[in-house]
Design a protein. Structure first.
Length: 291
């Protein structure tokens, strides 16, 4: 139990047709809150940090807190570096104790994406007990330092996906299928479910080897989330939703208690709000009791 890489829990999730929540956190309170919620629901968990909070707090500090929380937790937990475009920083986080690393070279040409992703895969696999996520096609919207305009977004080509996985040695794979980071601009974003199905069939049809990742969870309707999970999305990323929960709960608490100067009470309000959202997602992902 406790500290795991992403691949091992995601193989089980793919087999069991559920998804593991991969929640982006920006501080330690949020990290504690997602862990508490997952423990209460007996759900496997992936904690994610984008590059900016990882640099601000320090990957060594984040990994140390993760270690303390995960070692005593009765559920498997992975610490994932999200959308890192810098191979050296990927290496630093792997050295620090992250157990899944995403190198995001998806804006580069195919050959360069393969080169950078393979470099990170080789490094992490040599260290051991660290899995690697790569992306092909580009997910539109804003996720930390990665900004993809609508006209830059490109869906993942299924045949290229097969060669990408083979050439890079990635353990888990994120195909762009039309989901987006941040708040969706339309109520019913156009997602290419058939493309996901095709890619899942080509990559994991004969032998389940490379679990698939869905980016851009925030704002997707419940039936859409469930459909993506049923088609093989076994890691489901949620970031913006938790940022809103953090900021709204802080604002609401301070607005209602303007004369109270007790930071612990703000933390309690944030913890409660984050746990509520994580519970919502765990219900949709079907991962309760799968730890
Ligand atoms: P959202 O911010 O849309 O939830 O996307 C999260 C994500 O995919 C992080 O990689």
């Amino acid at each position: 139990m406790a500290i795991v890489d992403a691949k091992e829990i995601l193989i089980k999730a793919t087999e069991g047709k559920y998804s593991v929540g991969a929640f982006n956190i920006t501080n330690i309170i949020q990290m504690e809150a997602v862990v508490e919620a997952a423990i209460e629901r007996k759900a496997p968990l992936i904690i994610q940090t984008s590059v900016t909070p990882a640099k601000a707090i320090g990957p060594e500090v984040l990994a140390a807190v993760f270690r303390v929380l995960a070692e005593s937790a009765p559920i498997p937990i992975c610490l994932h570096l999200d959308h890192c475009t810098d191979v050296d920083f990927c290496r630093r986080c792997a050295d620090a104790g992250y157990t899944n690393i995403m190198i995001d070279a998806s804006k580069q040409l195919y050959e360069e994406n393969v080169r950078q992703t393979k470099a990170v895969s080789d490094y992490c696999h040599k260290l051991g007990n660290i899995s690697v996520e790569g992306e092909l096609g580009t997910v539109s919207g804003v996720e930390d330092q990665v900004v993809v305009a609508d006209d830059e977004a490109a869906l993942c080509d299924p045949d290229a996906a097969v060669s990408f996985v083979k050439e890079t040695g990635v353990d888990i794979f994120a195909p762009a299928i039309g989901t987006a980071h941040g708040i969706y601009k339309t109520e019913n974003p156009k997602l290419d479910m058939d493309r996901l199905k095709t890619i899942a069939g080509l990559i994991n049809g004969k032998t389940l080897s490379t679990p698939l990742v869905i980016h851009g969870g925030t704002g997707l309707k419940p039936d859409v989330v469930k459909k993506l999970v049923s088609l093989g999305g076994s890691k489901f990323n949620v970031s913006t939703d938790l940022k809103h929960a953090l900021i709204d709960s802080t604002f609401d608490h301070i607005s209602a208690n303007r004369e109270q100067y007790n930071p612990g009470k703000i933390d309690d309000a944030v913890r409660k709000a984050i746990k509520k959202r994580v519970n919502y997602w765990i219900d949709l992902f079907g991962c309760e009791g799968k730890a």
